[in-house]
Design a protein around this ligand. Structure first.
Ligand SMILES: [Zn+2]
Length: 563
């Protein structure tokens, strides 16, 4: 039950520890001040890096769209499979791995907490079944609320407090963790084959605009005191010229921020940082976004980095996926989830020699390197949209080494190369900053108090990487760094050693975290609403909530709302 990690070089940004040689003590799954050195199991971490376990703020790993992607792409399975071992189950999937394989692959890289960002409330049960089936990591899911009919109606009528109580009910009913907004208003319009194109377009039938939805849910988020901000996939995602929409989206909630907490998280920002009028004049808008973020403290972002590989795109943004289908001619699934949201899936290959793809690759890295404060931008690929999460070690190498970036830049489309800002950027992140963008920053943005750090009382989720910062210069030896982050020397989950030298040693269940939001008075559920539940949904009000016993390993987080 006791563990002592000795002599590692520790990077723990939340505790302000920057590369100090120190011991980390663990008892009963938590970090403690000290343990009995003679009795505790010891790990010699001399010459290795010790960090909190990795945290992923945005990765599509469970639920109906992920599963539909699996069904759509047998070719994604047979080219990448895992054999069963005495400890692990077999599995398949390059860009959409099966549930067990997803847990193993995260754990091998030292990740211990991952957030599934896109859950249609009506399909929460399926999502939780798959999350319960994903071992090795703690996880949570964000219900899609930006086009949910009751939310739109409350916001249109300016009944913010009642809307907040209703969202509290939804959060507990779906066992969700944060308010997710995807192309606000656009998904409702997509129900009629349309879309919205600016923050001030009218959403059909609802007399509301995307701006009013974003601002309304931002206020709801504050009234409920939720640990994370609203989590926003912007309007016009994936369209040339959309960096303006991203800037307007950030600006539209600036007055709603408080001093100590950001007001909005813009997710996979690379896909929302495009300049140009069309694909011929397409260019990077990273500099403009970075300038804004550098001057304002109410925003956090994640990268949505593109990787040159075959992958599967999937979002609730139905109209965007339809556009991508038109662009590629690849097979495509469109799915409307009754009155709640839409979704689309299209297989995709990012090619080095494509001007647009190479520019997208550059934009993600430009954002991460031009935004000065690493607490504002986090490393993601929007798995699997920009590429599979297994590419994270590659991104770490690009962030830490100009040489690594140049090695890739040399091989991309020449017009993209000559326009890329990367050759003018000398910045290279150090291990301390890597610890922020891959765990500490993400945990803080999510409001996860016991994750992302190694202070006393934190969950004993720890990653140890076999690279010696005293003798390895990541700028030159980026391949060694990449290798170390690909296969953690040790991953410790809840105080148990689960990975050694990149191999899974034991199977552990991860918890599903959800917000038990307690409002001062309950949401009003009138007979009229029950009747409308029967009209709007195929599931009745009484059957809508996911009960707690449905979760394999439930970890409710109590939240006291102000309404
Ligand atoms: Zn996403």
């Amino acid at each position: 039950m006791e563990l002592l990690i000795k002599n590692g070089v520790v990077y723990d940004p939340i505790s302000g520890v920057n590369g100090e040689k120190m011991d980390i003590a663990v008892r009963d799954g938590k970090i403690v001040e000290r343990v009995n050195e003679r009795k505790a199991r010891k790990i010699d971490a001399s010459g290795m890096i010790v960090m909190p376990g990795g945290v992923d703020i945005h990765c599509h790993i469970a639920g109906s769209e992920v599963n539909t992607g699996r069904l759509l792409r047998p070719e994604d399975h047979f080219r990448d499979f895992e054999r069963k071992t005495s400890v692990t189950r077999s599995g398949v999937g390059h860009s959409i791995p099966s549930t067990f394989t997803t847990g193993y692959r995260y754990s091998r890289m030292g990740y211990t907490t991952i957030m599934n960002p896109s859950m249609p409330p009506l399909e929460a049960k399926h999502t939780h079944e798959e999350l319960s089936d994903t071992p090795m990591v703690d996880k949570a899911s964000y219900p899609l609320l930006g086009d949910w009919w009751f939310v739109l109606e409350y916001l249109r009528n300016n009944e913010i407090e009642e809307c907040a109580r209703h969202v509290a009910w939804i959060m507990a009913s779906t066992k969700g963790y944060a308010i997710k907004i995807v192309n606000p208003g656009g998904l409702e319009a997509w129900g009629f084959g349309g879309n919205v194109h600016s923050l001030d377009d009218q959403v059909p039938n609802f007399c509301i605009t995307p701006r009013e939805i974003i601002r309304g849910l931002c206020r709801v988020n504050r009234l409920l005191n939720l640990p994370h901000t609203i989590h926003v996939h912007t309007n016009n995602l994936g369209q040339p010229g959309n960096y303006v929409t991203a800037l307007e989206t950030m600006e539209c909630v600036r007055d709603l921020a408080s001093d100590d907490k950001p007001a909005i998280h813009i997710t996979h920002c690379q896909f929302s940082a495009f300049k140009g009028d069309d694909w011929r004049t397409f260019a990077s808008g990273a500099e403009d976004i970075a300038d804004y973020v550098n001057c304002h403290s109410h925003v956090t972002l994640d990268m949505g980095q593109v990787i040159f590989t075959d992958t599967t795109t999937m979002t609730a943004d139905g109209p965007f996926q339809f556009g991508l289908y038109g662009l590629t001619g690849n097979k495509w699934v469109n799915h409307d989830v009754e009155t709640e949201t839409s979704a689309g899936i299209v297989p995709f290959r990012y090619r080095r020699k494509s001007y647009v793809h190479a520019t997208q690759w550059s934009i993600g890295l430009e954002l991460a390197l031009l935004i000065v404060d690493p607490w504002k931008i986090f490393m993601t690929t929007d798995h699997p949209n920009g590429g599979p999460f297994t590419s994270y070690p590659r991104i770490i190498a690009w962030l830490m080494s100009k040489k690594a970036r140049e090695a890739t830049l040399k091989r991309v489309n020449s017009r993209a190369r000559s326009r890329s800002l990367l050759s003018s950027i000398d910045r290279e992140l150090g291990f301390y900053e890597i610890a922020i963008v891959t765990r500490a920053g993400q945990a803080r943005a999510l409001g996860l108090k016991s994750k992302g750090h190694l202070g006393v009382g934190a969950d004993a989720d720890i990653a140890i990487y076999n690279v010696n910062p005293e003798t390895t210069d990541p700028s030159r030896k980026y391949k060694a760094v990449r290798k170390a982050f690909k296969r953690a020397a040790y991953t410790i989950k809840g105080g148990k050693v689960v990975v050694k030298d990149g191999e899974i040693l034991r199977h552990v269940e991860g918890a599903t975290m959800w917000l038990d939001v307690q409002s001062l008075e309950p949401a009003k559920i009138t007979d009229e609403m029950r009747r409308r539940f029967r009209t709007y949904w195929t599931v009745e009000y009484e059957n809508y909530p996911v009960t707690e016993n449905y979760l394999e390993f439930s970890k409710p987080i109590p939240v006291r709302a102000s309404v």
